[in-house]
Design a protein around this ligand. Structure first.
Ligand code: C2E
Ligand code: MG
Ligand code: MG
Length: 409
């Protein structure tokens, strides 16, 4: 994925240049075309993210252009541009929508660069869209942050793993031992919108920004772990890892060194790898995973049940934990098949000597079902949403007997 792209079609070159200029300033990669033929060629090469369309062109009218785009199943977001009576533009707008196009707005000529920029920015803000450049800048400026979701123990007692046994989270009057947290990357784009990692992680993966992003998350996590350790609290934090990061053979050493340098043990860090990305024949992958494990890091197979791993693959890979995908967990109390899947994954994990964590626990009923099934750990909105660290620590502090408010402030 490259930058967000914009194409303007207007027979007046000056208007085209004006739009291109405004789009550049907002961070789009933009170009102008002056007639329908050029637009067709442009669309053949690749559909832009945004199109600004003059309704009056030589030899063809805007409606014909809209029909052409609709026939192609065009997914671009379209602004209409016209010097006509606003009513004409509105009619064209309605027609475009009825043809299945995404018409985001209409602009009356003459438009100023400021108006255009405001409109484009507003659009980026509302859609939570961003450019690769925005993300790169945020990563370079250390402008991403981490939210933490507590992971609680449902059954069994501590067996030597790193935990903060004295920390308790009380939900519906029941105390749960917090054994650690999952670190989830968060980003507010330059337009002020919170962007989901589901959107920006794939972009970072494609633009080779995932490595610095992962480093940034690790840096913040290791800092937090060492901060707590200095206060006598040993936590365990899970970090999500993209498969491309696992091509780096030196990563286990570098990470262990960084953790050790501040007194944090690798056993306090769990790496989460999704089941789908773990299914690979790449020999490096297994190599790096094994080296992580040998250094003492925990390894968790995330979103388990949605991918295509085979039993033999799970058996051969050095995972310490299976994380049941939340799609099964959220369904298991209404759907017998989902229940059977959850139960089978718990049995499978235990039989292979792994811990099992359920994600996406949203109700007390789900928590009870999982306890009954002997699931080791759980995470989910029922216990807590992912939140900034001070928030969750305050919540834990108020229910715990320890004076952690002072210790975490
Ligand atoms: P994941 O690792 O499976 O993380 C769990 C996701 O489920 C999180 O979404 C979390 O907010 C959400 N969740 C937790 N409890 C509940 C619940 O009870 N109900 C529902 N409906 N959702 C719940 P989030 O934070 O949007 O992250 C999405 C995905 O993005 C993560 O899925 C992970 O694969 C990826 N991701 C997040 N941070 C990073 C990162 O630092 N690096 C990499 N490579 N991937 C990341
Ligand atoms: Mg995860
Ligand atoms: Mg997951």
């Amino acid at each position: 994925m490259g930058d967000k792209t914009l194409v303007v079609i207007d027979d007046d070159d000056l208007v085209g240049q004006l739009v291109v200029e405004a789009a550049h300033q907002v961070g789009f990669s933009a170009s102008a075309v002056q007639d329908f033929e050029a637009l067709k060629q442009q669309v053949e090469v690749g559909e832009p993210d945004v199109m600004v369309l003059d309704l009056v062109l030589p030899n063809v009218d805007g409606i014909q252009v809209l029909r052409f785009l609709a026939d192609r199943g065009c997914k671009s977001k379209i602004w209409l541009l016209s010097g006509f009576d606003p009513k004409v533009v509105q009619t064209a707008e309605r027609l475009g929508v009825s043809l299945g196009l995404t018409i985001v707005g209409a602009l009356n000529k003459p438009v100023s660069v400021t108006t255009l920029k405001d409109e484009l920015r507003k659009h980026l803000r509302e859609s939570g869209d961003f450019t690769v450049h925005d993300l790169e800048q945020a990563i370079t400026d250390d402008n991403l942050f981490v939210h933490y979701q507590p992971k609680v123990r449902l059954s069994g007692s501590g067996n030597g793993e790193a935990s903060c046994g004295s920390l308790t989270l009380t939900v519906d009057d029941a105390p749960f031992e917090v054994i650690g947290f999952e670190a989830l990357a968060r980003w507010r784009n330059p337009h002020g919108a919170m962007v989901s990692p589901v959107k920006f992680i794939p972009v970072a993966e494609h633009s080779r920004m995932i490595e610095p992003l992962t480093q940034l998350v690790f840096r913040q996590v290791i800092e937090a772990l060492s901060h707590w350790k200095a206060r006598g609290i040993v936590l365990n934090v899970a970090v999500n890892i993209s498969p491309s990061t696992l091509a780096d053979l030196d990563m286990p050493d570098r990470l262990a060194d960084k953790a050790n340098a501040v007194g944090v043990g690798p056993e306090q860090i769990v790496l989460e790898i999704t089941e789908n990305s773990a299914v690979t024949e790449d020999p490096h992958f297994m190599d790096v995973l094994t080296r992580f494990r040998l250094k003492g890091f925990g390894l968790s197979l995330d979103d388990f049940g949605t991918g295509f791993s085979s039993l033999i693959q799970i058996y051969r890979m050095p995972f310490t934990e299976l994380k049941i995908d939340r799609s099964f967990v959220s369904e298991m109390d209404q759907n017998e098949e989902a229940f059977t899947i959850v139960k089978s994954i718990i049995d499978l994990g235990h039989n292979l000597g792994m811990k099992v964590c359920a994600e996406g626990v949203e109700t007390q009923q789900s928590a009870n079902t999982l306890m009954m099934l002997g699931c080791d750990y759980a995470q989910g909105f029922y216990f807590s949403r992912p939140v900034p660290l001070p928030d969750i620590m305050r919540r834990i502090a108020t229910v715990s007997e320890m004076d952690v408010t002072r210790r975490f402030s």
